[in-house]
Design a protein around this ligand. Structure first.
Ligand SMILES: [Ca+2]
Ligand SMILES: [Ca+2]
Ligand SMILES: [Ca+2]
Length: 429
């Protein structure tokens, strides 16, 4: 490609990205949250996150609220609870229009966006590419040799990203290559033995969201563990994988849990950047109570975390632009002008709680009549404590008192002997 064409293409890309970032900074398919995710325990945990306005802290808090979320096999698994899932279906991938693909970068991007960080601080990426995270933003990336551990200026810290290479290859990787893995740094410790330990929170390392500790050698950013040296000596990448019995192929996620490799790049979002356009959302819970009452938002960001709210005998429908009517916003809604605004909780009457049916003779309320129910009556009559005892179910013969005859009725019923009582094992009307 000639220089001119390449330049034009780059400009076009920048314009295109800029346009996209104005209309849909999230590149979300439809800007909506999947209903399965919205009803999941992980969304509930997210709604209980209280943001501090310190982006470094907030990105981590958001990420940690998702620990345990597991990838699924299909769109039916967006709730994150299919613990056997293996096909990379996640809400995070869905958000970046990248469903069914390895999702570590998607998860990191999702956490950054949902924490409210605008795209001019760090860009979206659906792969572990240093350059892509920094495109159209003031984020910077650094190789291991540019860190303070090697006499450079960059100090890795909380909220930065690590882009890993799962390989023993020691050459230089391109900053535009898609590397093996993206993780968010939660904590960094320099050790006396010349190593550095990173605590990270990340997605897809073990097909779920988890925290992992990696210790690397200051010399070169390579992971150090007791088995690492042996593997390096054994030579090739293929040999490296053979070391782990449970790993059948190079793409396996289970490898990552035991990973040996090195740090390709760090991505340092410019979290402390002074933002020109910010505003405050005030949450009017419309008679209820919200986990937090206001939050700061920024232009080129999305609304992000919305508070959980409760109201007696009510169910939260969502947060809307008007007290009555208006439009519902969700965590992916782009922050539009005016940035100062109020959102209102809308409520629906909670459905009446189903009254549990009492089964005649089911004294211990385990939904079946067994000899234990007869025993429960005997224990009750002998004033011996029983774990569960339901008087209504115990008065099997319906004479308004519980006696040994009720226990006998149950025993006869279980032995298929005739009793005068009808309706044992059936719901009491
Ligand atoms: Ca996976
Ligand atoms: Ca029972
Ligand atoms: Ca009775």
């Amino acid at each position: 490609m000639s220089k001119t064409i390449r330049l034009s293409v780059s400009i076009l890309c920048v314009i295109l990205l800029f346009t996209l970032s104005l209309s849909a900074p999230a590149s979300a398919v439809d800007n909506a949250i999947s209903p399965l995710y919205k009803n999941s325990v992980y969304y509930k945990k997210l709604s209980n996150v209280v943001l501090t306005g310190n982006y470094r802290d907030d990105v981590i808090t958001v990420a940690k609220s998702q620990i345990g979320y597991h990838e699924g096999d299909s769109e039916a698994d967006y709730g994150g609870d299919n613990l056997m899932g293996n096909y990379d279906f996640t809400e995070y991938g869905r958000y970046l229009d990248s469903v069914g693909r390895v999702w570590c970068s998607e998860f990191a991007t999702w956490c950054i966006r949902v924490a409210g960080v605008p795209t001019d601080i760090v860009n979206n990426s659906n792969s572990a590419r240093a350059k892509r995270y920094c495109l159209n933003s003031t984020a910077k990336y650094y190789s291991w040799d540019e860190t303070v551990y090697r006499g450079g200026e960059y100090t890795p810290q909380k909220g930065d990203l690590i882009l890993w290479v799962w390989s023993t290859y020691t050459g230089v990787v391109s900053d535009d290559d898609s590397l093996s893995h993206t993780a968010i740094i939660e904590d960094v410790t320099e050790n006396e033995d010349g190593s550095v330990t990173f605590l990270v929170v990340h997605g897809n390392a073990t097909n779920n969201v988890t925290e992992t500790i990696y210790t690397v050698d200051k010399e070169n950013g390579h992971t150090v563990t007791p088995v690492y040296d042996d593997i390096v000596e054994s030579g090739t990448r293929q040999d490296l994988f053979k070391e782990f019995d449970e790993v059948s192929d190079e793409e396996s996620d289970s490898f990552v849990a035991n990973s040996k490799g090195y740090i390709g790049y760090f991505v340092a979002p410019d979290y402390e950047k002074e933002l020109k356009s910010t505003g405050t959302i005030t949450f009017d819970s419309n008679g209820g109570e919200a986990v937090f009452d206001s939050k700061t938002i920024a232009k080129n960001g999305i609304i992000g975390v919305l508070p959980e709210a409760t109201k007696e005998d009510c169910e939260l429908l969502g947060w809307f632009t008007e007290k009555d009517g208006g439009q519902e916003v969700n965590i992916y809604t782009p922050c539009a002008e005016p940035l100062d605004r109020t959102l209102y909780a809308h409520w629906a009457a909670a459905p009446p709680k189903p009254v549990p049916t009492v089964i005649l003779g089911d004294v211990d309320r385990d939904e079946k009549v067994t000899i234990i129910d007869a025993t429960a009556i005997q224990r009750y009559l002998a004033s011996i404590p029983t774990t569960t005892y339901n008087e209504e179910a115990a008065d099997v013969d319906g004479d308004d008192s519980v006696t040994i005859l009720d226990a006998t009725c149950i025993q006869r019923h279980l032995a298929n002997l005739p009793t005068q009582t009808i309706g044992i094992g059936e719901p009491i009307k």
